[in-house]
Design a protein around this ligand. Structure first.
Ligand code: AMP
Length: 270
């Protein structure tokens, strides 16, 4: 695996390849990330992984500072997987060029866009920078961050004419969606997060969600969760999978949750 730290080396290394599969990450590599990498490799693409903890997408400085980082361990995992390239630039390298900023439409300001102002503007900015450097055929993104996947597909997929491939959520044995942030959870929070995930999986599976009248019953589940687990829920909503519309769900829908447990913010969808 070739480790690349700056744009000059990057251009030198990948300029001759057309079949590039790109997996952008913030590191703390886990099975969620490796499933994206394996999907790229199965498509016979030269696979490049980036590890960049992007400061502009954290709307709280403290959250950025405590974000778990372990580059040595990440490199070991990626080498074992026979990833072709790892791109680990620093902040200066990525932000040295002035580039157009993104704003969200009013209708897009739902779920995390509503509760983390500036977050997706930061995500779109960094992804715009990365995609203008890495001319990839496919970009692999997890459905764990479903709203992020949809926004990037809609805005940047179109702009760069690349296919953004959505990959299924990988969960641990407790049914919690794998996330680098899970390292910040204590034992008690893991039990609570597991109970919440199991409950929402069963709600979705039994299609109870579909029959529920919005929003009354969700208010009840939400307040039950908040009381029982001492958490603060930002949102618990079902939305159309295509356009994230709240009402008038005609076909496929997903149940979205974001909550704060012991100062850790978790998101998931079912
Ligand atoms: P992150 O490092 O958290 O920014 O994630 C990098 C990429 O991995 C994003 O496209 C995420 O959606 C994806 N990802 C993170 N966790 C999971 C998971 N549990 N299952 C599937 N994809 C994931």
């Amino acid at each position: 695996m070739k480790i690349i730290k700056n744009i000059f080396e990057l251009n030198k290394a990948i300029k001759n390849y057309k079949n590039i599969g790109f997996v952008p990450t913030m590191g703390g590599i886990h099975r969620g990330h490796t499933s994206l990498i394996k999907t790229s490799q199965r498509k016979n693409l030269k696979t490049i992984v980036s590890i960049f903890v992007n400061p502009t997408q954290f709307n709280k400085k403290k959250d950025f500072n405590i974000y778990p980082r372990n580059i040595t361990n990440d490199i070991q995992i990626l080498k074992k997987l026979k990833v072709d390239y790892l791109f680990t630039p620093n902040v200066k390298e990525i932000y040295k060029k002035k580039m157009k900023k993104f704003t969200l439409k009013r209708t897009e300001k739902v779920l995390c866009a509503k509760f983390r102002p500036g977050h997706f503007e930061g995500v779109l900015d960094v992804m715009n920078r990365l995609l203008s450097l890495i001319k990839s055929k496919n970009v692999f993104m997890g459905e764990k961050d479903f709203q992020q996947y949809l926004l990037i597909k809609k805005i940047l997929g179109k702009k760069f004419k690349i296919e953004i491939v959505g990959c299924p959520i990988v969960r641990d044995k407790n049914k919690i969606a794998l996330s680098t942030r899970n390292k910040l959870l204590n034992k008690d929070s893991v039990i609570k997060a597991s109970n919440i995930a199991r409950k929402l999986i069963s709600l979705k599976r039994n299609s109870i969600v579909k029959k529920m009248k919005m929003p009354i019953n969700f208010f009840k589940i939400k307040s039950d969760f908040e009381k029982r687990y001492k958490i603060r829920i930002d949102y618990l909503e079902i939305r159309d999978e295509k356009n994230l519309r709240l009402n008038n769900i005609k076909s496929k829908y997903r149940l979205f949750i974001a909550y704060n447990i012991n100062n850790v913010r978790l998101i998931d969808n079912f």
